[in-house]
Design a protein around this ligand. Structure first.
Ligand code: NDP
Length: 503
């Protein structure tokens, strides 16, 4: 099989005619064009570092001096330092700045590469389902190897065994908590590396190649930074010796980062237990709802084949960084916060938050499964009664059921779910002070800090709303272009975008 695949890609390389660059003209720029792409490509890593340092277990969340910036940046009396120099000095102390060299370490690089290697090994060795992707624009379908759910179960079983044997001292948890920033840096570097590799390699995509390599319709504008960000090649694949062919985008989308998010959460739960001797209900709730979300995505693995990420976007910095750094490190900010500041909710708050989360999950899963079932087999008894529009392109658009409520009702469910990630942190904010009674130990207090960490632990809620509204606009544009007047008829029948009766 591997030999056959290798032969295919050699044949692809010998073809000559490049795929036309005119395609992306019809698309225009997204994400603010080259300027937006530049800002995001070089700015997003700083956002991750800002969260990592400004909400910390050295001085507080946020670093307490940030609450009085005029004092922080004013020149101290009897000092030659300028206000700016003084402020930076204080901030460096408060955030535990390790120096530029301290952002990376050999241990973190090796540990992170071992994690990617482990994910790859499970991908190759565990039994898998072979599934065909959607029809490509150039014709034909790619085959995908899916076993990320069983891979996750194996990994989580080993985590459970390690925790059972060693408790919070299990080396995986202590390693993550000790090298958090360096692991973040390694993932950022891997994202830049993979984007650069796939960007340059995409220039070898030729028209008519038999391995179905093609460029993303909106990803070859000719502007280097824009294409680097959006992604030139739609489905870059590599042949790895003894492992066979790996689809880089599908692999990165579902494996190291998504499961990495859950592993980070577990490491923070272990940290809370190690520091306090108990695990709070808030920590359990966030771990539970986020694990439910991730395990659901892994269980429904083949559903990614029809997502915009797989069908439309190339593999550029947007997806590489999103999958490998943004998702695991910014989506786990709540558990990281709770590890240092344990919040006890009590049964009423905990119950209410769980109800919100589960309601979101029911809408999210119900809508996605309904569309999936309908698109796979419209005669399936669970969807056979639903009404639809038969479009000229051949596809059918549901107009009743979940998809009759709003054109992206699944986004509403997803967003509701995100409330249950953030609410368990209540009014967040803490500072750390040296204990007078027990020298050497640190006390966590909320004194004057309540609410100041909202930009950290509620960041996901706001960011996700922006992402979903933007994503809905992109999808709307795609469908309008694809379905023309059939889409207009659909939007007339289902006028709301995400929230029935409101938006
Ligand atoms: P969707 O699953 O929402 O699918 C949109 C596509 O469905 C459209 O392009 C169209 O494709 C088809 N479609 C639209 N209307 C109808 C209809 N009435 N009946 C049948 N088919 C229809 O796409 P996404 O990839 O955006 O989202 C997948 C899931 O992933 C969502 O639940 C989303 O919330 C989640 N997500 C989560 C993220 C996170 O970071 N947590 C990030 C992004 C997404 P076609 O051309 O085939 O007709």
């Amino acid at each position: 099989m591997a030999t056959q695949r290798r032969r295919s890609s050699r044949a692809a390389d010998t073809a000559v005619e490049p795929i036309g660059a005119g395609k992306s003209e019809a698309h225009g720029y997204e994400f603010g064009g080259p300027i937006g792409a530049t800002v995001l490509t070089f700015g997003l890593p700083f956002v991750c570092y800002a969260f990592a340092f400004l909400c910390n277990d050295v001085s507080g969340c946020p670093a307490p001096s940030l609450l009085s910036p005029s004092k922080l940046f004013s020149s101290p009396t009897l000092s030659t330092q300028s206000g700016w120099e003084h402020g930076i000095e204080v901030l460096k102390r408060e955030v535990g700045w390790p120096g530029l060299g301290g952002l990376l370490s050999v241990e973190a690089v090796l540990g992170t590469l071992a994690w990617y290697g482990w994910s790859l090994l499970l991908h190759v060795l565990l039994p898998a389902q072979e599934v065909e992707g959607t029809e490509l624009a150039t014709g034909g379908k790619l085959k995908y190897r899916f076993n990320s759910f069983t891979s996750a179960l194996v990994t989580l079983f080993l985590c459970a065994a390690g925790t059972w044997a060693l408790g919070p001292e299990f080396q995986l948890w202590t390693f993550i908590n000790r090298h958090y920033v360096q692991i973040l840096t390694t993932n950022i570097l891997i994202a830049y590396f993979l984007t650069t590799f796939t960007y340059f390699r995409s220039f070898s995509v030729k028209r008519g190649n038999i391995s179905h390599r093609e460029l993303a319709a909106g990803g070859h504008s000719g502007n280097i930074i824009y294409d680097f960000f959006i992604g030139r090649e739609l489905n870059p694949r590599v042949n790895i010796p003894y492992m066979g062919e790996v689809d880089i985008k599908a692999f990165m989308e579902l494996r190291p980062g998504l499961l990495g998010w859950i592993v980070l959460n577990l490491a923070f739960m272990a940290k809370q237990y190690k520091s306090y001797g108990y695990v709070t209900d808030s920590m359990l709730i966030v771990n539970f709802v986020q694990a439910l979300y991730v395990m659901d995505a892994l269980y429904m693995e083949s559903a990614i084949l029809t997502t915009i990420d797989l069908t439309t976007d190339g593999f550029g910095f947007m997806l590489a960084f999103g999958d490998l750094a943004w998702v695991p490190f910014t989506y786990s900010l709540q558990t990281r916060y709770l590890a240092v500041h344990p919040v006890i909710l009590g049964p009423v708050y905990a119950g209410a938050i769980l109800v919100i989360g589960l309601a979101g999950y029911i809408i999210f899963r119900g809508a996605n499964s309904q569309k999936n079932a309908f698109r796979t087999n419209p005669d399936d008894p669970s969807v056979a009664h639903l009404e639809y529009i038969q479009t000229a392109s051949g596809s059918r658009l549901l107009t009743t059921g979940w998809w009759g409520q709003a054109r992206h009702i699944n986004y509403l469910g997803d967003w509701l779910l995100s409330w249950s990630y953030c609410l368990p942190t209540l009014l967040p904010g803490y500072r750390l002070a040296n204990s007078i009674l027990t020298p050497g130990s640190r006390l966590v207090t909320t004194d004057g800090m309540e609410g100041w960490a909202i930009p950290v632990t509620y960041f996901y809620l706001l960011y996700f709303a922006v992402l979903l509204v933007h994503r809905e606009r992109r999808d709307e544009e795609k469908c309008r272009r694809k379905y023309g007047k059939d889409w207009a008829a659909y939007t007339k029948k289902v006028p709301y975008r995400i929230i029935p009766g409101l938006y």
